[in-house]
Design a protein around this ligand. Structure first.
Ligand SMILES: [Mn+2]
Length: 364
């Protein structure tokens, strides 16, 4: 297992690589060229520059999060082949700089959604929160404006302006094609891209839909154990896997996360784990919270133990943190609470490893 933190390069992050380097147990960062629009080839020159920046800070660059998929691929348009070719060229360039794992998502139109990016908890910390009825009451355009206006001036990955211009039309398109057709578009992409990922030794790790239920009538597919099983069955390559995001999957009270972690880790299909806790308020309302099991509704130790016992050897990152101690940062991505989360998760991992033989009889 290697622990990484998400980092936004080229002046788009309040947290520095030097600070990340000082978080105990941190091996590197998960990062991206987030200025590029979906569908552009990531230039090797810029990637080399990014790599130099990360390596010169004493950190590794093995994880990219994310290379966004062009909407024409998701829609299954004729032009998708052009964008798939560009995606493969980007994979080749990522291979050139030694990338081992690529987190991506296949969410149509909207990326993740929250009703509040700065909700105050009882202890005075701020978190991102989701209230289903509030999200439904906003139309998607208003939602986009509301999200970006609360981002403290930082870019919000997944809410890029070029994605939002077409939003209303795109939503109608997806409502018309339905979920079964959408799965076919996913398979078309995987059939084209996974052989190259394997050739370039890059593990593809799809991120679950966040929140894991339909919104505005859009297809949501990576939401549950059953859907992930179907997704994995579309391609048998070990390079075809998932990002196990406990925050996203854990927002649904129906998902049994330790059991899912055990099932998919034992198949070697979890390449990246986003670990954080979530506090359920009702079936479709939740607050993000501190990483500790006692702060939310997920048993974080049981999840880490399931990963460890089932041979997980990918990357872990502490997912979103709270905003604490007066820090001003991109919502979810301050330094302090993610660093607290990282050391907690490292402790859980150490405990799971040290007790593995006595608990399971299986040597590490
Ligand atoms: Mn995540």
């Amino acid at each position: 297992m290697k622990m990484v933190m998400r980092y936004f390069p080229f002046g788009d992050d309040s947290v520095t690589l030097g600070q990340i380097r000082q978080v105990p147990g941190m091996s590197g960062v998960a990062t991206s060229l987030s200025r590029l629009a979906a569908g552009e080839v990531w230039p090797l020159e810029e990637l080399l520059c990014l790599k130099r920046e990360v390596v010169s800070a004493g950190l590794e660059l093995e994880v990219i999060e994310s290379v966004n998929i062009h909407e024409d691929i998701k829609k299954g348009l004729d032009s998708r082949d052009l964008y798939i070719d560009r995606y493969i060229q980007t994979l080749r360039n990522l291979h050139e700089i030694g990338i081992k794992c690529l987190c991506y998502n296949f969410m149509p139109v909207l990326d993740w959604a929250r009703s509040d990016l700065s909700h105050t908890l009882e202890d005075g910390s701020q978190v991102m929160a989701y209230r289903h009825n509030q999200v439904l009451a906003l139309n998607p355009d208003t939602m986009a404006l509301s999200m970006n206006s609360k981002a403290r001036g930082y870019s919000l990955p997944g809410w890029e302006p070029e994605r939002l211009a077409q939003m209303a039309k795109d939503i109608e398109f997806y409502q018309a094609i339905g979920v079964e057709q959408y799965w076919k578009h996913i398979k078309y992409f995987l059939d084209a891209v996974i052989p190259y990922a394997q050739q370039y030794d890059i593990k593809m790790a799809i991120h679950p839909d966040d929140p894991p239920w339909p919104l505005y009538g859009l297809p949501k597919v990576i939401t549950s154990a059953e859907h992930i099983r179907h997704f994995l069955s579309l391609n048998s390559s070990p390079y075809h896997g998932i990002t196990f995001c406990t925050g996203s999957l854990g927002s649904s009270m129906e998902n049994d996360l330790p059991s899912m972690a055990a099932e998919f880790a034992s198949q070697g299909r979890i390449h990246f784990a986003h670990l954080r806790n979530v506090k359920h308020l009702s079936k479709q309302d939740f607050d993000e919270c501190a990483h500790l099991s006692g702060c939310g509704d997920l048993d974080m130790y049981a999840i880490v133990e399931a990963l460890s016992d089932n041979g997980f050897d990918g990357y872990i990152r502490p997912d979103h943190g709270r905003m604490i101690w007066g820090e001003q940062a991109r919502p979810g991505y301050g330094l302090y609470d993610r660093a607290l989360g990282a050391t907690y998760l490292a402790g859980l991992w150490e405990a799971a490893k040290k007790t593995q033989v006595t608990r399971t009889g299986i040597p590490c």
